[in-house]
Design a protein around this ligand. Sequence first.
Ligand code: FAD
Ligand code: SIN
Length: 518
Amino acid sequence: MRDFDFLVIGSGVAGLTFAIKAAQKHPDKKVAIVTKSQASESNTKYAQGGIAVVQNEFSDSFEQHVQDTLRAGDGLCDEEVVRLVVTEGPQRLDELIAWGASFDENNEGTYDLGREGGHTHHRILHHKDITGKEIETKLLTQISLLENIEMLSEHFAIDLITQHHIAGWKGKKEDLQCYGAYVLNKQTEKIETFISKVTMLASGGAGQVYQTTTNPKIATGDGIAMAYRAKARIEGVEFIQFHPTALFDHGESSPSFLISEAVRGFGAHLKNGKGERFMLKYDERAELASRDIVSRAIDNEMKKSGDECVFLDCSHLDMEAFEKHFPNILEKCQSMGLDLTKDMIPVVPAAHYICGGIKTNQQGQTTVGNLYACGECAHTGLHGANRLASNSLLEALVFAHRCFLSASELIESTSIPNGIPEWNEDGTSLPDELILITHNRRELQALMSDYVGIIRSEERLQRALNRLKVINEENEALYKRSKISPQLSELRNLISVAYLIIRKSIERKENVGAFFRL
Ligand code: FAD
Ligand code: SIN
């Protein structure tokens, strides 16, 4: 059993920002970060477009950023949260810059602001087209300078510890508190008990619940599933944002390589297989309409034509400027033999972001005591029915700070009860079962893509639910008799998240934002 003051699950922008702040403010307290892969592996690392922060109050304004966010969220945002995120953004950005992150500037020495779908202004700060990598690297450098942070990579959080684990507890749901997590050390294959006064879930998204996704393999919704098992409130998970332009490679890679929306902000046009620019038929903002609209338009074009993809045409753009702005994307296209001065980029929509998650208040507190959630796994109310592009890194920074302020107070009054048991591990691993896990994961991803995609229907959702039940029964049986492995635990989490998405989709009757049902 190990004791910490702050236990952070996840090493993306949300978890790292919180950990730096907690460790700096409380040098006498112990901060642990557990992360299931290498420390840098996260959705954060792959962020391309950038971070939306109002820079120039003359040409842009907080109010316009607020209105753009509300419009994308289609009436379901919490307006107070939108206002606080937008207005606190500049301070959080300054901190990030003070920690070493740099953003591209133009010839006048001001920030070279990009534009993406749903934004009425250029307000996206970026570091070429590898903004996330820049942020992740600089945050990890700060972490390495703080002696009271222990970074535990290759450590997989299995479940949160609550009173449910204490023998004889008979309290109410409202009294639930979190006391840390059971964590699988992937090297020793042992499940360790990490006790902590404050636990921060910063475990990121769940894109891997779908076959075609921009999210890396780690994005299996573990935090949402763990919180659900711990009886925390989950909201808004039916709002899955599909990014309109993932590189089409005949479904061969997961994750799919992203062609940033900033490329459309830079002037690229979407065309169908006949070479016709089609977005103006769907929205006056054309390629820069919000993502839900562009993704549905592409879906419609593909269904009408029977084509497997549409195309992004960059041939009319200034290629020298393009290369400066998007070197990573250009290199990827060239590696596929595409010459962007004449070839168009084949693209398809792909699952990209889960707008809902673990419900929090404005301090990032979940409905379970001592448990915070921040970043993509959280549902703060910012995104409503659809996230505005580049608002996610911003949300993580703003809420990591708010969680830190709240947790710094809470920690002084938190105590850990007696009787927390070690993990009860009595299963045995059978080698042939590992392949069953892989098969079931693939089956789950296929059913989610086939039946719970951009356009849903009652019939498709019921089909998905029926098939999911079978996968769930098989997996639960396996879970009960097997030694816990990351693969088994991830599949269990994917099943829970898929179930929540389907159930919430069945419950939601009106079409709003990213949610569309026939
Ligand atoms: P993540 O960065 O995903 O970090 C989650 C961490 O939790 C990882 O370290 C993971 O290994 C760990 N973890 C998960 N489960 C467990 C477990 N069971 N045990 C231990 N550790 C665990 N947003 C923008 O605002 N602007 C952009 O330009 C942008 N571009 C994007 C491009 C791509 C390709 C993708 C995929 C996303 C993009 N997004 C963008 C979204 C944004 O990157 C993410 O929403 C954000 O980075 C999430 O940060 P996070 O800290 O919440 O989670
Ligand atoms: C992109 O660069 O298109 C992704 C931006 C985002 O998801 O916010």
